[in-house]
Write a protein that binds this ligand. Sequence first.
Ligand code: G3H
Ligand code: 13P
Ligand code: ZN
Length: 332
Amino acid sequence: MVDYKKIGLVNTRAMFSKAVDGGYAIPAFNFNNMEQMQAIIQAAVETKSPVILQVSKGAREYANATLLRYMAEGAVEYAKELGCTNPQIVLHLDHGDSFETCKSCIDMGFSSVMIDGSALPYEENVAVTKQVVEYAHRFDVTVEGELGVLAGVEDEVCAAESHYTKPEEVIDFVTKTGVDSLAISIGTSHGAYKFTPEQCTVDPQTGRLVPPPLAFDVLEAIEKKLPGFPIVLHGSSSVPQDEVDTINANGGCLKAAVGIPEEQLRKAAKSAVCKINIDSDSRLAMTAAIRKTLAEKPAEFDPRKYLKPARESMKKLYIHKIVNVLGSNDKL
Ligand code: G3H
Ligand code: 13P
Ligand code: ZN
């Protein structure tokens, strides 16, 4: 049993309460490799932002669960080495699919876990979430639950259509399970293709697809039911069109990729939404930089020569999100 506090990590409790009161959101960035982790920590230190390092089940399979855990421990020391005396870093399981996966992470030193029972019938979601909360709280680990279904891939769960969270269910769910935060569905979805072209309109000036707005009425209804309770938004990448263009100009083929406009995320961050999940934008930034470098220097074969610009590009993206979208800078 690893005690996350002994390795310098924190849970989300105080972080979320400050974020809700302060009208900003904490960035939850997924990481699968060293370059992403370095870029996230450099960005968080330079902007003086708390940060959530997010690990999916897929990331644990890809990079090895033990290695990722030690990388997070290393991240705390790395932040200190970069000059941050009081790093606020959470190690969080993203989309935990069972009690066993959550328990394995808690036992390994995660300070926060998500149990995603959103695809289950309501009572089963309540039961598994409650079971995770009871175990996690014994070790002061915080738990995120989910109500409502996002379209697209949620790790191994794939839904063709989204179902908005029902505001009339949230009090019952939070009371029965004891969760510390709640992920909701208000129109975001995972990946780089969040909306079909049919769901969008076309901007006559740029010819770009303009997605439909998020369901802020649902968010407001949830906030009324649970005043001040920490709300989480998944699927919050904006799919920057310059990155998509760079990928396509250098041999890629991403057609009709569209994300959530940043002004909508800015609005959400000022509300009870206190954790915003971003993964796809980092993947796009990394891929764009690697493709560009290799296209410009076809003889290059030292991975450091293309991973370094990729890391720089991700760091720039993370800083932009922290400062211009979430507003979590200068909070340490
Ligand atoms: O919500 C999904 C995250 O972007 C993680 O994706 O399961 O491919 O690691 P992944
Ligand atoms: P994006 O695919 O929009 O980056 O969402 C990531 C996410 O929600 C991770 O849980
Ligand atoms: Zn997610």
